[in-house]
Design a protein around this ligand. Structure first.
Ligand code: FAD
Ligand code: SF4
Length: 461
């Protein structure tokens, strides 16, 4: 019988005033008993809306049924056949807009906590040493993947499963893309990313690190090495700035640089050779997940942290859970506020920002109400660091030396839904083709590209 409890089974978490001093994982995961209790909240709809909300099409009610029966091994098999990175997506996917956003239990209460149960199943399998790494016999065809973020890893995993020999070329010295260099340890422990990458290696995927495509090798040179198709999954790592005075001062970071120092280069650890400023008062400009991650890192490094966002709380693009966690941890939100300049001291270090108050006007092209400056409302905010978290665009490096590859106006590789680009045998997906999406959309793009690469290679005979 279904469990008709209205709310999700709560997830144990570290206390806010404890966790804001450490980098250990905030959410601590369900016990088996909690996972079973939550899985029993699924009423097994005839037309499960949750599945249509999942970009990788996980048969959600089927894996929940197995968890409810306490058959966790069967649940893992169902889950991992559809989703190459369940421990990751269970932790960081925006389920509230996807599967859980569509769950009918959400109409009169809270939806089934699909992500939390997914995370439980993936962690349970890892603890048992179970990994779904079966592959078809090698088919003699070679495919190259550029970038090892969720799009690249998913594409590589799907192709390896079909029997392809896959090489992933990654620019950094560690695989994982944003999962490794962007999302902090306290949301996504790096050991989990390493475990998922390791599973791909067990499937025979060759991961070549420190390989900056466009610099060390071009895409035409990859083809010359006998690869029959190339999937570009090089993400959107190029940060944007506001183009206001003072952005060149010491203490102004892009969120990408700040998070890369902390996460990839482990600057938060005592004795790390990577320098990071331990500031008194940090202003983080922006309101997305990236801004929340940067703010929560700065808080853990000991600063008073302000989020400066030009719209109101209702328009914050970050996941509701991340905003909630940030507030609990003591991050201060300065809403309807926008910086107009940054001022420094005589040594060129950030000292303050000048901000202006904003009000909301008519909706703009994005459908959100346009922020309008309130004339004469400028005021100063003291800060010794400013982190710009304003969005990113695709880094053009990976496609250098590749003639005839069409780009969109925003600099993304132009690709259709199956990942096909203007060049034969070249596919693109994830943030390289969209600018900025989410982990699960990037994985979906990797999955569909793998399918079309398979069709393309088979069509050539
Ligand atoms: P990426 O993850 O960016 O991976 C691209 C990889 O390609 C990188 O490893 C890069 O080093 C490599 N590369 C780049 N150029 C080259 C080259 N020339 N040669 C070789 N390799 C190259 N989404 C969510 O769903 N939930 C979240 O909570 C969330 N939080 C986020 C927090 C932060 C701080 C950031 C930055 C993003 C967040 N996102 C989140 C968005 C999500 O991480 C991205 O949409 C997703 O990672 C995109 O995947 P991808 O594989 O396309 O690219
Ligand atoms: Fe279960 Fe919700 Fe999906 Fe229905 S929509 S099958 S209740 S998870």
């Amino acid at each position: 019988m279904a469990n008709m409890q209205m709310n999700k089974t709560p997830m144990p978490e570290q206390e806010p005033q404890v966790r804001n001093h450490n980098f250990l994982e905030v959410a601590q995961g369900y016990t088996a008993e909690q996972a079973v209790n939550e899985a029993k909240r699924c009423i097994h709809c005839k037309n499960p809306a949750c599945v249509s909300g999942c970009p990788v099409g996980i048969p959600i009610p089927d894996f929940l049924a197995k968890v409810a029966e306490e058959d966790f091994a069967a649940a893992y098999e169902i889950l991992s056949n559809a989703n190459a990175l369940p421990a990751i997506s269970g932790r960081v996917c925006p389920q509230e807009n996807q599967c859980e956003g569509k769950c009918v239990r959400g109409v009169k209460g809270e939806p089934v906590a699909i992500g939390r149960v997914e995370r439980f199943v993936a962690d349970w399998a890892a603890e048992q040493g179970i990994a779904n790494v079966a592959t078809a016999p090698k088919n003699g065809h070679k495919v190259a993947v550029i970038g090892s973020g969720p799009a690249g890893l998913t594409c590589a995993g799907e192709l390896a499963r079909m029997g392809y020999s896959v090489t992933v070329f990654e620019a950094f010295h560690t695989a994982g893309g944003v999962l490794t260099y962007g999302i902090p340890e306290f949301r996504l422990p790096k050991a989990i990313v390493a475990r998922e990458v390791d599973n791909l290696v067990k499937m025979g995927v060759d991961i070549e690190l420190n390989m900056v495509i466009g610099k060390i090798l071009t895409i035409p040179e990859i083809f010359e090495r006998g690869y029959e198709a190339v999937f570009i999954a090089s993400g959107a790592g190029l940060p944007m700035f506001m183009k206001i005075p003072g952005e060149g001062l010491v203490g102004v970071y892009s969120a990408n640089e700040y998070l890369t120092r902390i996460n990839l280069m482990k600057a938060y650890k005592e004795g790390s050779p990577t320098p990071i400023l331990h500031n008194q008062k940090v202003a983080v400009v922006g309101g997305g997940n990236v801004a929340m991650d940067a703010a929560r890192c700065a808080k853990r490094l000991g600063a008073e942290v302000h989020i400066i966002y030009r719209r109101s709380e209702a328009e914050l693009p970050a996941r509701a859970e991340e905003v909630h966690h940030a507030k609990e941890e003591g991050i201060i939100f300065d809403l309807l506020t926008n910086p107009v300049s940054i001022e420094g001291d005589e040594k060129g270090h950030v000292q303050s920002l000048t901000c202006i108050r904003m009000e909301l006007g008519e909706p703009d092209a994005s459908g959100r109400r346009r922020p309008v400056p309130v004339e004469g409302s400028e005021f100063k905010v003291e800060a010794d660091a400013v982190i710009m978290a304003l969005g990113t665009s695709p880094n053009p490096m990976s496609t250098k030396g590749t003639e005839g590859l069409e780009k969109t106006r925003k600099g993304c590789v132009a690709a259709d839904e199956s990942g096909k680009t203007s060049l034969e045998g070249v596919y693109a997906g994830g943030d390289a083709a969209t600018g900025a999406a989410t982990v699960i959309l990037a994985m979906g793009a990797g999955k569909y590209a793998a399918k079309s690469i398979d069709e393309y290679i088979k069509s050539k005979g």
